[in-house]
Design a protein around this ligand. Structure first.
Ligand code: ADP
Ligand code: MG
Length: 555
């Protein structure tokens, strides 16, 4: 407490004010310094530094005692401001440490120990008790309450009990005001540094999490076997993952200098560019398949997902392209396609052989007749037409069996359907089945790989035939749709497909037939998808099946 030295006042109130300001500045400086240092050192929060901080605050209060100033024969200092703040921020443990040091320094600088010690004991007891009731309060509220209880305790003990300058309330008011301002300024400083400290800590934490997540993503990008490219708005690639070097053989620095379009297969460049344009327009991610050239010149198949990355204004900033090498998968699909083809060819061979025998018999008969009668021109025509038939059947069979290089061409669907029907009709005739064709129009040109589309029709027609062991009609319709596509519908009168099994069509190895492969429709789906078309089924058990293929018309 304050009663320190006895003696008489020499200076005016101005002198006190200057002394007080020095005292207060010292308090501010000593409160700020460790807090500033801490914000640089990134130390623990205030609460965890109880003992050290209590000792330090003790030293601060001792310095304040050393700088005490005189008024009306009493010397005062604002060491209680420090003690109140320590109680509020660090709790009674630290508060008692600080209080003890401040009492010791007070006892050292002057005598009159009795009121000093008794006053100290009373104030400390009050602060400990009040602290107990305010444990869960915010520090600001806490030090305001502690300050209030200190003021009340002071008024009761000093002027009333100890009878110190009872007739001059201004003296006490001035002292209490000084202590209160000390608490407020000290508290303000602590609050603002704490806030600053929290902000710095939060920023550091955010930077750290950002760094961590960045390094995590970098780790993924640098170690994935997929190709990751980042394309900017101007369609230049700003990032190539290191996997490009492993998969394609190019160094990332080399790729940065090459135009990306130079490495994409010329046939795929248009699709690739179209996809990027569509993404730019629709702002939706899209898949695309294309071939990339390995540094050794070989083409590799990739399946990519292109994802737009938006900025805050919802316009596209980047497109992230993640591509997976599907060369191996393509190869095995190719093998599957081939084996399905061969199994169909094998099955058909018997029918074909049978059908070839018929025209051969005719030819033989006419050749025998040839010597006897002279109907040469008529017979010649018949001979020729039968020979042509043998030729188409055999060449169709050969073209189906042989593996072909993919070649996109313009083709009329009517021709493709005709060829396929022609090819199957020997077997159909044998089994009492008829194909009826109705084409609503003449030119149904599409861009396609002819043999693949024929393979689709072959699979669908064969399935229809196999669904009608007792024979029947297969109705093939060709018409134009609303959106510039053409629709090929194949309706049979077969056993139909239970509704719950419809979604399974097209799954590899899904078959209900004893000798089925379950690959036919899977291959159809694959081919139709590659041609940007769709395939759908409508069927009921025992009610026939309608297969609908939609393909975009060539413009
Ligand atoms: P597979 O013909 O070798 O069995 P597919 O993939 O061609 O294999 O056909 C899968 C299954 O779909 C067939 O086993 C059959 O049960 C069913 N299916 C396909 N088309 C038809 C159809 N037109 N009528 C009835 N069932 C069909
Ligand atoms: Mg089949």
């Amino acid at each position: 407490m304050i009663i320190s030295k006895f003696g008489f006042n020499i200076g005016g109130s101005q002198l006190i004010l200057i002394d007080y300001i020095i005292n207060l500045s010292m308090l501010s400086l000593m409160v700020s310094t460790p807090l500033v240092i801490r914000s640089y050192l990134n130390l623990n929060p205030l609460k965890q530094l109880r003992l050290g901080a209590g000792l330090y605050a003790g030293i601060v209060s001792a310095v304040l005692v050393g700088l005490s100033f005189q008024d009306q024969g009493y010397s005062y200092d604002i060491r209680y401001s420090v003690i109140i703040l320590v109680f509020a921020y660090l709790g009674p443990g630290s508060g008692i440490i600080t209080g003890s040091i401040s009492l010791a320094s007070r006892l050292m600088v002057s005598d009159n120990w009795f009121p000093a010690i008794v006053g100290w004991l009373v104030v400390m007891t009050v602060l400990v008790v009040i602290h107990k009731f305010t444990v869960h309060f915010q520090p600001v509220k806490k030090y305001m309450i502690l300050l209030g209880s200190y003021i009340v305790t002071y008024i009761i003990t000093v002027p009333i009990v100890f009878n110190v300058i009872r007739d001059n309330p201004m003296f006490h008011l001035q002292y209490l005001l000084f202590v209160a301002i000390g608490v407020l300024i000290g508290g303000l400083l602590i609050e603002s540094y704490e806030k600053l400290y929290r902000i710095i800590k939060e920023r550091k934490r955010m930077e750290q999490t950002l760094e961590e997540s960045e390094s995590k993503y970098r780790l993924i990008a640098e170690n994935t076997s997929d190709l990751i490219m980042v394309m900017d708005k101007e369609h230049t690639i700003s990032y190539f993952s290191p996997s490009h070097e492993v998969l394609l053989g190019y160094k990332v620095q080399e790729l940065e200098k090459i135009e990306i379009w130079m490495l994409i297969h010329p046939d795929d460049v248009v699709i690739f560019r179209d996809t990027i344009t569509k993404i730019m327009k629709n702002k939706e991610s899209m898949p695309v398949e294309f071939r990339f050239q390995h540094i050794n010149g070989e083409w590799m198949d990739f399946e990519s997902r292109c994802m737009p990355v938006m900025n805050d204004a919802q316009s596209i900033e980047y497109i992230v392209i993640i591509s997976r090498d599907i060369s191996e998968r393509k190869k095995s699909e190719e093998i599957l396609l081939q084996s399905e083809k061969l199994s169909i060819v094998g099955e058909l061979a018997a029918g074909v052989a049978h059908e070839i025998r018929n025209p051969l018999t005719t030819i033989k008969g006419f050749v025998q007749l040839y010597g006897k009668e002279d109907k040469s021109s008529e017979i010649n025509n018949l001979l020729l037409s039968e020979l042509e038939r043998i030729e188409t059947i055999t060449s169709e069979m050969l073209s189906l069996g042989k593996p072909q290089a993919i070649q996109l061409n313009r083709a009329n669907l009517c021709d493709l359907i005709d060829h396929t029907v022609e090819f199957l009709s020997p077997q159909a005739n044998m089994k009492n089945m008829q194909f009826s064709r109705s084409y609503l129009g003449t030119d149904f040109f599409i861009t396609c790989e002819k043999n693949q589309i024929k393979q689709v029709f072959l699979n669908i027609f064969k399935n229809a035939m196999e669904a009608m062991p007792k024979g029947g009609n297969i109705d093939i319709k060709l018409q134009k749709g609303m959106d510039g596509e053409c629709i090929i519908s194949v309706q049979d009168e077969g056993c139909g497909i239970p509704e719950e099994l419809l979604p399974r069509l097209g799954e590899p190895f899904y078959t209900l037939k004893e000798k089925g492969t379950g690959l036919g429709l899977m291959i159809c789906h694959k081919i139709i998808k590659q041609h940007n078309g769709t395939i759908s089924y409508h069927s009921k058990l025992d009610n026939g099946t309608l297969v609908e293929v939609k393909l975009p018309l060539a413009n």
